[in-house]
Design a protein around this ligand. Structure first.
Ligand code: GLN
Length: 446
């Protein structure tokens, strides 16, 4: 029964508490949801899961892994939460993440780092590291995530699970705490592509409360999971195997691509000539938008409020200084700098032009191929602490994922194999709204 499944997931969460994958587990709420789920029908009815703590869940603490929102109780449900509730899925709690989804290792959480279940001395990836670890450890069969520059795909790769980042606008951002609004995308991490398909079907679709939500009908992604791959053209992006990509990782991904060839796909060499500009453009645009979105945390309307302010300015500056973490402050500084008069043209406007070129690269390549493939991340999961004092090295972990968000495209990370006992992810990128193709290919490979 739904109750048995919820109890088992709750017991698993307790057993794996040392992974720190959860910011909050709520047994009472989960058991009440399991009770309600008794009447639901469909593939998710009674299935336990967890929400990344960036999704507002009504009446429940929603922290975004920040001291700013440490005691914030969301007054409404995110669209994604409403949809999963309606499908009868049972949330057991909220997963750990990098603060405001800024990071690639989950070490930027105000609630502490998460351990990778495959090797507890290593990071699970980020920012949806808690979701990836919770699925990999078998606590829940799926978890929600968000992906602004790789935060679903990279932790999925590091933890050996499947992570789907839908097309920008396919999943409503309503009630999903904003990081960089033109890039943010809700999605799912699960044990298989088939499970991702069922969750995607539940959460995708138009929502008038998000002005960027796509009105277009959602494809029946579950129906095409088993479609044959004969005739499929997969572009192998040269740049995705460039400098910085570990040899073992590259070889493992090429083996997975050879498997797809055996299943009938044709591999084609493609080039994305502006790929090497993606990190630079992303780390201008994302902080710019973040600095604007995070202006709302002023100590008045939301979250942490400094004690005994001497003036309004003092209230603002101390409330923010006391509660944002170091990486969030770095992003706000970078973001306000690139948007300021005199620098705007040189940085922000230029990054937007590069964004256009990157989208053009994909459009050009998709004239010839159905999908574009490469390693999700340049390495396997790195050690806790290995990159935490080197922002540039940390940002480089996103080299193959950020361009996809700049172009608004859907992508999946699917398990490709292991190197040194650690999972490797194969990233597949599709044209806008071709999630069915990603899930089909990933399913056939699994
Ligand atoms: N690692 C990237 C960043 O820190 C991407 C994060 C994300 O996708 N939310 O911005």
């Amino acid at each position: 029964s739904a109750r048995d499944l919820a109890e088992r997931a709750l017991a698993n969460a307790r057993r794996h508490a040392h992974l720190n994958a959860f910011i909050g587990v709520d047994p009472e709420r989960a058991l009440a949801a399991a009770e309600r789920a008794g009447n639901a029908r469909g593939p998710l009815a009674g299935i336990p899961f967890a929400h990344k703590d960036i999704f507002c869940t009504k009446g429940q603490r929603t922290t975004c892994a920040s001291h700013v929102l440490e005691n914030f109780i969301a007054p409404y449900d995110a669209h994604v939460a409403e949809r999963l509730d309606a499908a009868g899925a049972v949330s057991i709690g909220k997963t750990n993440m990098d603060e405001f989804a800024m990071g690639s290792s989950n070490e930027n959480s105000a609630f502490g780092a998460v351990k990778n279940p495959w090797d507890e001395a290593r990071v699970p990836g980020g920012s949806s590291g808690g979701s990836a670890a919770a699925v990999a450890a078998g606590i829940v069969p799926f978890a929600t995530g968000t992906d602004t520059g790789g935060s679903i795909r990279q932790p999925a790769a590091f933890c050996g699970v499947t992570g789907l980042k839908p097309t920008y606008g396919r999943v409503s951002r309503y009630g999903m705490i904003a990081y960089a609004s033109s890039l943010d995308c809700g999605g799912v991490l699960a044990r298989s592509a088939a499970d991702c398909a069922h969750v995607f079907a539940a959460i995708a679709g138009h929502d008038p409360r998000d002005a960027t939500s796509a009105a277009r009908a959602v494809d029946d992604v579950a129906a095409s999971l088993d479609a044959p791959l004969a005739g499929l053209r997969i572009g192998v992006a040269r740049e995705y195997f460039g400098a910085g990509v570990d040899d073992g990782v590259a070889a493992c991904v090429r083996e997975a691509l050879a498997e797809l060839e055996k299943l009938g796909a044709t591999l084609v060499d493609v080039s994305l000539p502006n790929a090497h500009h993606a990190i630079a453009a992303y780390y201008v645009i994302a902080p710019a938008e973040a600095s604007s979105n995070l202006a709302r945390y002023d100590g008045v309307r939301y979250g942490h409020r400094a004690a005994q302010p001497k003036s309004l300015d003092d209230l603002y500056s101390r409330s923010r200084a006391e509660s944002f973490g170091a990486e969030v402050k770095r992003r706000i500084l970078v973001g306000t700098y690139v948007l300021s008069a005199g620098y705007y043209d040189a940085y922000y406007l230029r990054a937007q032009k590069v964004r256009r070129l990157i989208a053009g690269d994909f459009a050009q390549a998709f004239g010839d191929v159905d999908l574009i493939a490469g390693p999700t991340a340049p390495t396997t999961a790195f050690r806790l602490g290995e990159k935490s004092n080197d922002a540039i090295a940390m940002y480089a972990a996103d080299v193959n994922t950020v361009a996809v968000n700049l172009a608004g495209l859907p992508a999946i990370s699917t398990p490709a194999g292991f190197v040194g006992g650690l999972p490797v992810g194969l990233q597949l990128v599709a044209p806008a709204f071709a999630e069915a193709r990603l899930l089909n290919v990933s399913h056939r490979l699994q």
